[in-house]
Design a protein around this ligand. Structure first.
Ligand code: CO
Length: 170
């Protein structure tokens, strides 16, 4: 197991970095996304951003079937989100913040503009759970974690558990 085979956990500084745009579409990007999909499945996740596997690049993989089907992965390269008015509350978790699930308020409907693996510009309109996952993953590229989006009261209630993630006992 090398350093890229493990999901980075809360407290790892790479999760707080703004990730870099991808400008080379080719073999390396394909290798990275293939690896990310492997990790996503290994951890039974539905979304993963490159910083979570230790690479500060603007790449996200999402299982559009939300765990229902074997192969319905969408890869978003250099994604940017435009939001529509209207919010909703959905419970979120994160492979980088294991064991914590909290309701988060976010815009309900979005358009995501991104590049596919060949570098073609694409657009995806989404609402509900898919819109939620895209927003969560794109946050990762900005160094933002879902717990940052909780109220300060909720964050205070979680402070101890977050500290334990950050400083695991030997
Ligand atoms: Co996450």
């Amino acid at each position: 197991m090398n350093e890229f085979d493990k999901v980075r956990i809360y407290g790892d500084e790479i999760l707080r970095r703004k990730a870099e745009d991808i400008s080379d579409f080719g073999g390396e990007l394909n290798d990275l996304t293939e690896h990310m999909v492997e990790i996503l499945f290994a951890y039974n996740g539905i979304g993963l951003a490159a910083p979570q596997v230790g690479l500060s690049s603007r790449v996200v993989v999402i299982d559009q079937s939300l765990g229902e089907e074997v192969d319905d992965i969408i890869t978003l390269v250099n994604p940017a989100i435009e939001i529509f008015p209207g919010e909703c509350t959905i419970e979120e978790g994160c492979l980088s913040v294991p064991g914590i699930w909290e309701e988060v308020v976010r815009p309900e409907r979005i358009v995501c503009r991104y590049h596919d693996l060949e570098g073609n510009p694409r657009e995806l309109e989404a609402n509900g759970m898919l819109a939620r996952i895209i927003q969560h993953e794109v946050d990762h590229l900005e160094g933002i974690l879902f717990v940052d989006r909780l109220s300060s009261v909720k964050r205070q209630l979680l402070a101890r558990r977050l500290r334990e993630l950050q400083e695991p006992e030997e």
